[in-house]
Design a protein around this ligand. Sequence first.
Ligand code: GN1
Ligand code: MG
Length: 372
Amino acid sequence: MFTYDQIAEILSHFSTAGRFAGFTPIDEGHINNTFKVEYRVGERSIYHLLQQINTDVFKNPDELMANVDRVTAFLRDKIIAEGGDPERETLYCKPADNGKKYVLDEKGKAWRLYNFVGDSFSYNSIDSPEVFFKAGKAFGRFQQQLADFPSEKLYETIPDFHNTAKRYANLMNAVKNNRSGRAANVEREITFAHERRDETYLLLGKTLTGELPLRVTHNDTKLNNVLFDRATGEPVCIVDLDTVMPGLSLYDFGDAIRFGANTAAEDERDLSKVSLDLNLYEQYVRGFLTTAGDSLSPAEVETMPLSAKLMTLECGMRFLTDYIDGDVYFRVAYPDHNLDRCHTQFALVADMERKFAEMREISQRAYEEIVK
Ligand code: GN1
Ligand code: MG
């Protein structure tokens, strides 16, 4: 998609040691385009992470990058104070020759250059329950590290990102506009969302009444946004900071369960493979409580199962909306990709509904044992 010369041109605006030697696309994420770029310094190779920001999604790169810069600088200080290695434990953006932390190419697309955390890897699915426990600890720690971050300094990079009721309204709008002519194919799916319409207000409602506190949260806690250290197998760095903004701890909790405790991939076509793994649910709860537990209120713990369900419903509705809109938001690999993703999410919601009482029991018990 991009040529060597195009990438070299973009990189020429960042001052980096060595000579640009090549790039490989990293096929993760549904939004931005990411590349590992190699520089040669004498006999040695050093690497950076180059990213083209999707400005259709992140419409204001100045605000987006101000957020990333503030959050990473804050994390850096925390990590140094804790005796950690800031080069590996947080991302940070390199300055460009325009004085900003990103450049625009000739088509007006925004690019940024991150440090590359070497000798690390991420999981797209869980190979042992312990991995998910560690992921829970890592996202809980991230939230703790940002607990005293001045949230008024953050822009809302995507307004109403986890406003589930708004996501439902967007779906209904998409159905009404039927831009792709696909709405008639998905009546069953629309009904599924419609039947849960009243629930889409619940998290928001509890926020408005003050039952759930606003914090600084990551908001995109997919398992593959945790980098693990190759040598130790321990989490080393949280990535994908574009949606760090004020939110609920439960957005982070619920979204992590949605992705990681599903026994199938997000786009699995055989729905008989989709289910909520209660053991994985428990592992994550326990990991998350180990690091974030002290600051969580009983109401937050009580709402954990609901948040898992609502984050899954929300994501399914977003995939469905995009399918009806004609695949304009999420990157798709084939025509029905968004619909397949919607199906897995809704199947998972249905399974969570069946297992709701058990989920509740698990989080309450873990809270009693770990925090109280
Ligand atoms: C998008 O690009 P990626 O995979 O990190 C999306 C998330 C969704 C996720 C679903 C900015 O994240 O909200 O949960 O896809 N990010 C944005 O896999 O919309
Ligand atoms: Mg993301």
